[in-house]
Design a protein around this ligand. Structure first.
Ligand code: ATP
Length: 366
């Protein structure tokens, strides 16, 4: 059983606070993905768990034992690097056997373990090759295989498929998921690719500037982002955002995009919800994902009139850009639904899937 727990960990590089009071528990067999922009501190956090980096304060527990003052070897976690870090002069077999030989594993056991793990990763036929004779995907399999042979307590992976081309990344993503289902190792995986994070994670940890922003199941983080940063970082195409004002009219609440003449009707409960957290007339930001924007080609009750600007046909669906007031927004439509740019369209929002954020703090208001 390998749970990994971080309690209020902090790390500075000089004056730069790279890990800012991070607390998190990764459960046994869980696959957790650290997601964030380059430089947000996710690699440093992963390296701190592995023992490759010291921390200034806080506690790291692996399997319930505090490890922050122990050496890398004593933590018994495997680390997979983005650049694979294989030995070029050794064969695949020797690369994979290396961690076992380092702890003086008997020869026969090295042989069986390497072959078993190679079979799992479908690289049994490559054991006599050197890394220079392998494709990117196979190099990655060898790097993972080398991490797996010791049957570590946990797997820590730093952008392990980041250097592969898009198609191979997609294939490897499926393989990593299969491997995790089969092996069940507690895994922490670092990426800046939100699609990879959504596809792989039991839970996503969104980081920004050294601070955990949100921890949750991918679908929950996607549907209920706690702030504007998470809302815009998770999801592709990105969530539409627009500066809005909120007012009351006969039918209930009305949300009007800055610079627009018409607004969207929302249930009146929204006003109360917003007022509960501060003045309702403060600057607000509307957030709505393209799939929660509905376009019609005829006027519809409560719809805002505009025209299609750019249409991106993506095969299974289209993304249609249009302007309302000062904002450019995007809707996801059926393929070919809007015949061309310049066509008049009417816009309604699925308000059960729209979000309002306090513009000053970025925090969600519901
Ligand atoms: P990336 O995806 O680019 O690796 P990251 O989110 O994993 O980004 P980190 O690698 O943890 O971020 O780095 C966080 C910040 O700390 C970066 O600004 C980086 O330049 C800085 N940093 C990392 N290692 C050191 C170091 N040894 N000394 C000084 N600054 C460092």
């Amino acid at each position: 059983m390998t749970q990994i727990a971080l309690h209020n960990i902090n790390k500075h590089f000089g004056a730069f606070h790279v890990i800012n009071n991070v607390s998190l528990t990764v459960e046994d067999t869980e696959f957790v993905v650290f997601l964030g922009q380059s430089g947000c501190g996710k690699t440093t956090t992963l390296r701190a768990i592995a023992g490759l980096e010291t921390i200034d304060s806080g506690e790291i527990l692996i399997g319930g034992k505090p490890v922050q003052d122990t050496r890398v070897e004593e933590r018994d976690v495997a680390f997979v690097f983005q650049n694979f870090a294989l030995y070029p002069h050794l064969t695949v077999f020797e690369n994979m056997a290396f961690p076992l030989r380092a702890v003086r594993t008997p020869k026969a056991q090295v042989e069986t373990t390497v072959r078993r793990v190679a079979d799992v990763l479908q690289i049994g036929g490559l054991l006599n090759r050197r890394p220079s004779a392998l494709s990117g995907g196979d190099l990655q399999r060898v790097a993972i295989g080398r991490a797996l042979v010791r049957n570590p307590k946990a797997m820590l992976m730093d952008e392990p498929i980041g250097s592969l081309d898009a198609k191979l990344r997609e294939e490897m993503r499926v393989e990593l998921k299969r491997l995790h289902v089969e092996q069940g190792s507690t895994t922490i995986y670092v990426t800046h690719d939100q699609i990879e994070a959504m596809a792989l994670a039991d839970r996503i940890v969104v980081m920004h500037a050294g601070v955990l922003q949100q921890v949750g199941a991918p679908e929950d983080v996607y549907a209920n982002p706690v702030n504007l940063f998470v809302a815009q970082f998770v999801g592709s195409p990105v969530m539409n955002v627009a500066d809005v004002t909120l007012a009351e009219d006969a039918g209930g609440a009305r949300v009007t995009v800055a610079g627009a003449t018409q607004g969207f009707a929302f249930p009146s409960a929204l006003l109360g919800q917003v007022a509960a957290t501060g003045p309702a007339n403060r600057p607000l930001t509307l957030g709505v994902r393209p799939e929660a924007v509905r376009l019609t080609l005829q006027p519809a009750p409560g719809a805002v009139a505009t025209e299609a600007h750019i249409i991106e046909p993506l095969g299974s669906h289209d993304i249609v850009d249009f302007r309302i007031g000062d904002a450019t927004l995007r809707a996801r439509t059926k393929a070919g639904f809007v015949p061309g740019p310049g066509v008049p369209v009417w816009v309604t929002l699925d308000h059960s899937r729209a979000h309002l954020f306090d513009t000053a703090t970025g925090q969600t208001l519901g």
